[in-house]
Design a protein around this ligand. Structure first.
Ligand code: ATP
Ligand code: MG
Length: 552
């Protein structure tokens, strides 16, 4: 695995707890709500939780926080497990569901009522909201706040039995309506919701609220360190209060900053809107920051783990430059991706002095960064595809590639000189270049020391495999997509361009998910839509590294 994080105050806190014998072992958890696909922000939380457990020889649970049946689905549960595995983490036999604790939570709620610490409130949601007060004014106690314990027990049991309509009553904690912390002003613990649950079916007509359930889940599982994002710091006194009233195992909560990335939205709610409005092709559209999408785009688990290590863990929110994420991918793929040539926008080049029917196999490195990867053989012949951008009929001063009368190197092959430009008589479009080659320059080097300034990649026409290339740009055209009229109005209309060209014969049969570096073009990955007769490649990232430039 990768090197330790640059800054990680959580590690220091956990080490201090163990040294002080506050806990004797470490137990963490990753607790997603199964209401969407995981994104790169979740990857940060996964790396922190599993990472801390690994480092201290502890355990990390995967727990589905499935307390809201209106938004949760089995397919999200499946995708979350797939993503955590893919990232390289193992929860062993510790896969849990909050819904498995519904009985226990209900018992504990009865205990709260018996202790006079919870009551059934008949007010509407709206009335409860309005009587909560503000940061400067205390709340108003509910008229039902002083019901007898017997009446509360009876009403709560009947809420559970489904005797009352949805939303007609709630169970609230009885804490302090004038607490400066609004979370302590008699928060709702249970609501009536006659909606079937994907795991418990129609057994439950009441469901626990997050603030009541979450701390209990950690307590029941014996979690020692509840690592969560900063927005829960204000809820900590409430979790502490519940656990103290009940006298049960009490984890320590430590908050860290959420990951925020430029040009990216990291909220399942917003991602769901993009999917539902068909602004992207699905949860795994390669332009999204979900782990499923990033995997499809060609991201490796190593690159993502490395990124999470590099950004470290801090106590204050900041926005990370998406260029750093891309840099981490380049760094990883540079090490591991086999090199190959692909022509994205093809133009035919005919070598008029090359024998018809002759085929040569030229040697090229599979990966110059990794000599053990060996060599590949690339077929060369009289007719080649080159990149349309590598030729200009009337080149400006700084253009060093092919032009009429000019000589360039065909990578690994020969020097060629352009003698004639063939155009479509109707449209005037350039359709073919006629060149001659110098047989004395085999391998792409001249023995007489003659230099050329440009090098082109190429593909032999009879060997070329047709392919579609999907070129992605940022999905949003502002660093902060929420600026202005909101994220839906800041969508980049040119975030996907699909073009057709050719790849080397050696890529025949390449499996979806395989990464390549197309020389001079960028890193590409075989898409799941790809078939042997219609190959499809996603551009993972270009070769140009803006992060390396910034950080130099
Ligand atoms: P979203 O805002 O995307 O819906 P969430 O926090 O509601 O995310 P959960 O399923 O509750 O999603 O998240 C599971 C865990 O992942 C939580 O512990 C949460 O703190 C953490 N997490 C979610 N988003 C981020 C993020 N951007 N950076 C770091 N951790 C995150
Ligand atoms: Mg959440």
């Amino acid at each position: 695995m990768s090197e330790p994080a640059i800054s990680n105050f959580i590690r220091d806190e956990v080490a201090a707890d163990l040294a002080a014998k506050r806990f004797t072992k470490v137990a963490t958890r990753f607790p997603p709500e199964p209401n969407g696909y995981l994104h790169i922000g979740h990857a940060k939380a996964i790396c922190i939780n599993f990472g801390i457990a690994q480092e201290f020889g502890g355990v990390c649970n995967l727990r589905f926080d499935d307390t809201n049946p209106t938004k949760e689905e089995q397919r999200y549960i499946d995708s979350i497990q797939e993503d955590v595995c893919w990232l390289g983490f193992d929860w062993g036999d510790r896969l849990f569901y909050a819904s498995d604790y519904f009985d226990r939570m209900y018992e504990l709620a009865l205990e709260m009522i018996r202790g006079g610490k919870a009551y059934v409130d008949d007010q509407t949601q709206e009335q409860i909201r309005l009587s909560r007060g503000t940061l400067t004014e205390p709340g108003t106690p509910s008229p039902w706040r002083n019901r007898s314990i017997e009446e509360n027990l009876d009403l709560f049991r009947r809420m559970k039995a489904g005797e009352f309509p949805d939303g007609s009553r709630v169970l609230r904690a009885k804490i302090d309506m004038s607490s400066p912390n609004l979370n302590m002003r008699d928060p709702v613990m249970y609501r009536i919701l006659a909606v079937p649950h994907h795991r418990t079916g129609d057994r439950w007509k009441i469901y626990p609220m997050y603030d009541w359930a979450h701390g209990l889940e950690d307590s029941i599982e014996g979690i020692t360190h509840s690592l969560c994002t900063l927005e829960f710091a204000d809820h900590r006194p409430l979790y502490d209060w519940f656990l103290e009233q009940l006298g049960v195992h009490h984890p320590r909560q430590i908050e860290f900053a959420r990951l925020e990335l430029s040009y990216t939205v990291l909220s399942k709610r917003k991602l769901l809107q993009l999917v539902e409005r068909k602004l992207v092709s699905g949860w795994d559209d390669p332009r999204l920051p979900t782990l499923a999408a990033m995997r499809r785009r060609g991201y490796t688990a190593e690159a993502i783990r490395n990124f999470c290590d590099r950004i470290g863990v801090s106590r204050s929110n900041s926005i990370v430059d998406v260029a750093l994420l891309e840099h981490c991918l380049r760094e990883d793929l540079n090490r591991r991706a086999p090199r190959t040539m692909a022509v994205l926008r093809p133009l035919k080049l005919v070598i008029t002095n090359y024998p018809e029917g002759k085929i040569e196999l030229l040697n090229a490195d599979i990966n110059p960064e990794d000599p053990s990867a060996g060599k590949r053989e690339v077929p060369f012949n009289r007719e080649l595809w080159i990149e349309r951008d590598d030729f200009m009929e009337n080149p400006p001063a700084k253009f060093f590639r092919l032009a009429p009368g000019r000589e360039v190197r065909l990578k690994y092959a020969y020097y060629v000189r352009c003698n004639e430009v063939i155009k479509d008589p109707g449209t005037g479009e350039i359709v073919e270049l006629h060149c001659t080659y110098d047989p004395e320059t085999r391998g792409g080097w001249s023995k007489d020391g003659r230099r050329v300034k440009g090098t082109s990649h190429w593909i032999s026409v009879p060997h070329a495999i047709p392919a579609e290339f999907r070129l992605y740009d940022r999905l949003f055209n502002r660093p902060d997509p929420d600026e202005g009229e909101g994220f839906l109005s800041n969508i980049n209309p040119d975030s996907l361009e699909a073009i057709r060209g050719f790849v080397e014969a050696g890529l025949a049969g390449a499996r979806p998910g395989s990464n390549y570096q197309f020389e001079r073009q960028g890193y590409f990955c075989v898409d799941p839509d790809s078939t042997p007769s219609a190959m499809v490649f996603n551009r993972s990232v270009s070769l140009k590294d803006s992060w390396a430039k910034i950080s130099r």
